[in-house]
Design a protein around this ligand. Sequence first.
Ligand SMILES: [Cu+2]
Length: 372
Amino acid sequence: MKKSLFPAALFAFITAAFRASADSVYEGIAKPWQLGFQTPASPVMEKLFEMHNFLLVVITVITIFVLILLTYICIRFRRKANPVPSKTTHNTKIEIIWTVIPVLILVVIAIPSLRLHYYMQKVVDPELTLKVVGYQWYWHYEYPDQGGFGYDSYIKKTGLAPDEHRLLAVDNHVVVPVDTKVRVLLTGADVIHSWAMPAFGVKRDAVPGRLNETWFEATKLGRFYGQCSELCGVGHGFMPIVVDVVSKDDFKAWVKKKQDEAGIDPNAVAKAKAGAENATPVVKPVSAEKPANAAEGTPPSAKKEEAKPAPDAKAEIQGKEPVNSEVKSPASKAVAPKAEENQPDAAAGEKKRRICTAASCPLNYLDTLPFN
Ligand SMILES: [Cu+2]
């Protein structure tokens, strides 16, 4: 009986596995019993992977060398084999050797390490900007180059589809085109969060009052998973990140859909973009329709935003230099409920922002968390 069932079960397993791999998209996710990194899906992660492999060789050679040396010393110079020990205390030649060699090893490690660090740090000619704001405990995403539509991304607690993963599924995914340099601008609205996407080699803190920058270029189509990686409170483990990498055409179609939902005129966006590209980078006077407190001398990328009336707090964030500039304090977000107006799903009324600080929260605030 058992014998006859086995081939059938094996066949069923193989066909099921084949069907799963044929139907489902590529997933950038940690697998059970996985060793090492996820498969790299961006140039940065490929370089990080190479760097890691190189360091692994260096440290393995050093460890084996020290192990052999210790073993040799323990055997060769044990009391029985070496009854009269040497009284030597200094040996200039050997001291120079064991100082210089480690220095050389460190230099050999430092040069590629620093080169990679600078490569990761600076995005050259970004083709798309993604704005990421960390909240307790969800993410908010915006696409300033596409008219500034945005949406919140909450963990999905129930009603998971068969291809969704518990604690990693979210209601609204980030969508980016493949083979496109994406500049990511990050800030935090309440406490420090960290936007991390292992397959892209991205992990950058979202700090309240600062605008951080990082970048990635997804080289693989598929769905990629990440998590908040800075302990940000009781819901820290419940603000995952899902990025869908789609073809450029699919991305255009998705942008069109999102713009329609948000009531953004794509022609106005294109016009503003063209205008910003042709404009000479001079300090522009603050015009009447701009928010009163918008930054002067906005970078060309920020000028694209003028196509839509941005809410005060957001314009403040968009209008300034991307790196290390100050943004409005999180408190301003709380007193500016206008930010909701441009959210496509705000009308549904079900995704109310939960601004919650230790002082303002009711005692039963745990009941209000998105993951209950
Ligand atoms: Cu967080």
